[in-house]
Design a protein around this ligand. Structure first.
Ligand SMILES: [Fe+2]
Length: 360
C-alpha cells in the first residue's frame, strides 16, 4: 500500500514535576520550549509542554504531561526511548555533557552500524543521541549546547515489545513502513520518504512486564505520525478499520493539529496527526514560542481555575526569545493564522476545571 504516513510528528511522555522536566529538556537535552499549554482531555489541569528544534519542526517535537500526581509503570508495550540526531563526531561532547549534569547515561553504544548514547530523565524516561551526517534541520542552541553538537530533531523512536510479530504487521500493513533489518533484539522499520524522523526500532523484550497504559509519571504515553491533510486522517482511520483495528478514536481537535488514536497490537498507543494551517505559530510569533501559558480558546474562560492548580514554573533562560539562535528565521506571516473550518467532524472536550481537583 502507499503510505499516508510521512514520518514522526511528535512523541508524548509523562515526566513527573513540571520544573524538573523543563530543566532537563532545556539544559540537558538543549531543546527549545516551543509551547506551554495544558492537556485537553479530562477535568484536571495538567501542563502540556512542547519541546523542539529552532524552527519547531514537525518531527522534532517531544511533548510532556508532567504527571507528578500519579506514578506509571514503565514496561513493554510502550515507547522506551526517544532518539535525536546529532552531528557526526559529537557523541564525546554528549557523554561529557550528560556527566556534567549528573544524568545517568549508558556510555557509547552502536546498533545498525551507528553510534549512540543514552541518558535518563530524572523521571526515568530514556533519550538517546545518534550521530547522523545528513540532518540539515536547524538546531536550538544554549549556553552549553552549541550548533556544532546540538540535536537536529528526531532520528526515530525505540518501542519495547514482547513479541514483534503482530506489531510488525501493524507497522507494515496499517502504517506503510518497510522492514529495514534486524540487529540483535532491534527490528528496524522505515516509512518511505526523504526527510528525517522516519525510523522506528522495535526492541524485543519477551520477558518484560507490560507497562501501564494510562497517564503516569515515568512512562511514554504515545507516538504520533504525521499525515498530510484531514482527509488523509479519515483515510487512515478507514485503513485501520479495514484491517480490523476498529478501536480507532474519533478525530480530535488539538488546536495546533488534528489527531486520531489507535492502540497497536504490541500495546503502544499510536496517534496520527494532520497539521492545522499555522501549526505552532497560530497563537504566538516565532520569536515568542513557548514563553507564556496558552490555552485553547474553548478553555480560556477557565484560565484562573486552571492556573491556580498548576505548579509554578520558571521558563529557563535558554528558552526565552533571543536573536541569532535560528539559522533560518521563519517568516512571521505564519504567525497567528486563523485555521479555516475543518471539512471533517472534529471532537473537542469542554472540560470543567473545578478548584479542588489537585487536592486528590
Ligand atoms: Fe499526541
Amino acid at each position: 500500500m502507499k503510505s499516508l504516513i510521512q514520518g514522526i510528528h511528535h512523541i508524548t511522555l509523562c515526566p513527573g514535576g513540571a520544573q524538573q522536566d523543563l530543566d532537563f529538556f532545556t539544559k540537558v537535552l538543549g531543546q527549545r520550549l516551543v509551547k506551554q499549554t495544558v492537556l485537553m482531555d479530562g477535568n484536571i489541569p495538567i501542563y502540556h509542554f512542547y519541546y523542539g528544534n529552532a524552527d519547531a519542526d514537525v518531527g522534532s517535537i517531544a511533548t510532556c504531561f508532567p504527571y507528578s500526581r500519579k506514578p506509571g509503570r514503565a514496561g513493554s508495550g510502550q515507547l522506551s526511548c526517544t532518539s535525536y540526531t546529532v552531528p557526526a563526531g559529537s557523541i564525546s561532547f554528549w557523554k561529557e555533557h550528560f556527566d556534567r549534569h549528573a544524568a545517568d547515561n549508558s556510555g557509547v553504544q552502536e546498533r545498525f552500524g551507528t553510534k549512540y548514547l543514552r541518558a535518563r530523565h530524572p523521571a526515568g524516561l530514556l533519550f538517546e543521541v545518534i550521530e547522523e551526517r545528513t540532518d540539515m534541520r536547524s538546531p536550538w542552541t544554549t549556553t552549553q549546547v552549541s550548533r556544532d553538537v546540538a540535536t537536529r530533531g528526531f532520528f526515530g523512536a525505540v518501542l519495547s515489545v514482547r513479541d514483534p510479530g503482530e506489531q510488525e504487521s501493524f507497522f507494515i500493513d496499517a502504517l506503510g513502513f518497510h522492514k529495514v533489518g534486524v540487529d540483535g533484539p532491534y527490528h528496524r522499520f522505515e516509512v518511505p520518504g526523504s526527510g528525517p524522523g522516519r525510523i522506528v526500532d522495535l526492541y524485543v523484550e519477551p520477558e518484560r512486564t507490560p507497562g501501564s497504559w494510562g497517564f503516569g509519571a515515568g512512562t511514554a504515553h504515545h507516538i504520533a505520525f504525521n499525515v498530510e491533510t484531514d482527509d488523509a486522517l479519515v483515510k487512515q482511520k478507514a485503513v485501520y478499520e479495514e484491517l480490523g483495528y476498529t478501536d480507532a478514536s474519533e478525530i480530535k481537535d488539538r488546536f495546533y493539529f488534528h489527531s486520531m488514536y489507535v492502540r497497536s497490537p504490541g500495546g503502544i498507543l499510536v496517534e496520527c496527526t494532520a497539521n492545522v494551517p499555522g501549526g505552532f505559530y497560530r497563537d504566538e510569533t516565532p520569536e515568542a514560542l513557548g514563553t507564556s501559558l496558552l490555552l485553547p480558546p474553548w478553555f480560556e474562560d477557565q484560565r484562573t481555575a486552571i492556573v491556580s492548580q498548576l505548579e509554578p514554573i520558571t521558563v529557563p533562560e535558554e528558552n526565552r526569545p533571543k536573536s541569532g539562535a535560528t539559522a533560518a528565521p521563519r517568516a512571521p506571516v505564519a504567525a497567528q493564522t486563523p485555521a479555516p473550518d475543518s471539512a471533517i467532524p472534529l471532537s473537542r472536550y469542554k472540560a470543567t476545571f473545578g478548584a479542588d481537583k489537585q487536592a486528590t
